[in-house]
Design a binder for this molecule. Structure first.
Ligand code: UGA
Ligand code: MN
Length: 336
């Protein structure tokens, strides 16, 4: 009897030791196999929180609303202070735009992208004789630093019945003119109102020294227009429409240093459909393709797309007699 109690005791102690060992080894295994996962999770969480901080900082910079400021303080407290917005080289974004059914939708989308970018000046140039209330109201709402200009397409091109027109050229030249008068440093980028922009693009072009270039997606049958990079070195252009151009690139595929531009007082965009980019880049002489700064991880990433919105017919006339005193009267004022 006594013997069996002793035996039970020994078995119990052995079982406890084995269980304890098992527990220890399990903990060790977890710590070995999961450290990596935890690190990834931690990095992701901290990245997310940083994004949240950046978002609040962006909103608070253009908004003095006290609740927003409080929130910023709260989130920022958890992290080292972000680089001050004003320490960043300014980005001058020139956007040509014109009246059409899609205009408000395009500008809304682009403005929401730019609201997430730091130290940005949005130079919106309407292809119109007068500023429109639609664009004025939209710009005010963004809280962005902006310049609202007009530059109608010259009549000789506007009245052209056949062939392509030089779209957005007078607008961009007006924007360049404004930059020459008002900017001293930073970077210029031509952002059409209908393209799609990855936020990383703005981080990358911000440090352009001369002219930077990068791939643009959704261009021609090739699907992309890009500098060709071989062993880390520029070695030509890949574009579905070479047309003997020295710089066969899209308008969205390059950015220019303001200082570099200011040293070239004659640089301008020609009213030559299809050759606007080439003409402008050639007017930046002295500047050769070999001088291009390659961005987007040596042009291996697409950070901007030449998205084209389906064209919509102008809205039909409203039967005012039938819908008088309804919301439709107000909606019709917004519609093209
Ligand atoms: C793009 C470039 O923006 C052109 O400069 C270039 O010549 C063309 O590609 C090309 O490589 O063939 P695309 O996307 O075809 O042009 O033209 P849109 O998006 O219709 O217009 C470009 C910009 O000019 C837009 O921001 C648009 O709002 C503006 N635009 C267009 C005007 O201000 N007025 C117009 O009559 C038409
Ligand atoms: Mn376009």
């Amino acid at each position: 009897m006594r013997l069996s109690i002793k035996m039970y005791l020994i078995i119990f102690i052995c079982a406890s030791v084995i269980l304890y060992q098992y527990h220890l080894s399990n903990a060790w295994l977890i710590s070995q196999t999961s450290t990596q996962d935890f690190r990834v999770l931690n990095a992701k969480a901290s990245e997310k929180l940083k994004n949240v901080t950046a978002f609040f900082n962006a909103s608070s910079s253009s908004n003095t609303n006290s609740t927003q400021t409080n929130r910023t303080t709260f989130v920022s407290d958890c992290f080292p202070p972000q680089e001050k917005e004003t320490n960043l080289p300014p980005l001058y974004i020139i956007t040509p735009t014109y009246r059409r059914p899609e205009q408000l939708a395009e500008l809304t989308r682009l403005s929401h992208t730019l609201m997430l970018v730091k130290n940005v000046y949005w130079i919106v140039v309407e292809d119109a004789v007068r500023k429109s209330a639609l664009v004025t109201d939209l710009l005010k709402k963004t809280g962005l630093k902006y310049e609202h200009l007009t530059a109608p397409m010259p009549d000789q091109y506007k009245k052209k019945k056949k062939g392509p027109k030089p779209r957005g050229v007078s607008n961009r030249n007006k924007g360049i003119q404004w930059i020459r008068k008002n900017a001293k440093s930073g970077v210029l980028y031509f952002a059409d109102d209908d393209n799609t922009y990855d936020l990383q693009l703005f981080d990358e072009i911000r440090y352009t020294k001369r002219v930077s270039m990068f791939p643009v997606g959704l261009i021609t049958k090739l699907g992309v227009s890009s500098p060709i990079v071989k062993n880390g070195i520029f070695s030509g252009f890949y574009d579905g429409w070479m047309a003997g151009r020295k710089f066969p690139v899209d308008m969205a595929g390059f950015a220019i240093s303001v200082k570099f531009l200011l040293k070239r007082p004659k640089a301008l965009m020609p009213f030559k459909p299809g050759f606007e980019e080439d003409g402008f880049l050639k007017s930046l002489e002295p500047f050769e393709p070999q001088d291009i700064e390659l961005l987007a991880s040596n042009c291996t990433k697409i950070l901007v797309w030449h998205t084209q919105t389906k064209k919509n017919e102008p809205s039909q006339a409203l039967d005012f007699a039938k819908y008088n005193n309804t919301n439709l009267v107000m909606l019709k004022q917004i519609l093209v």
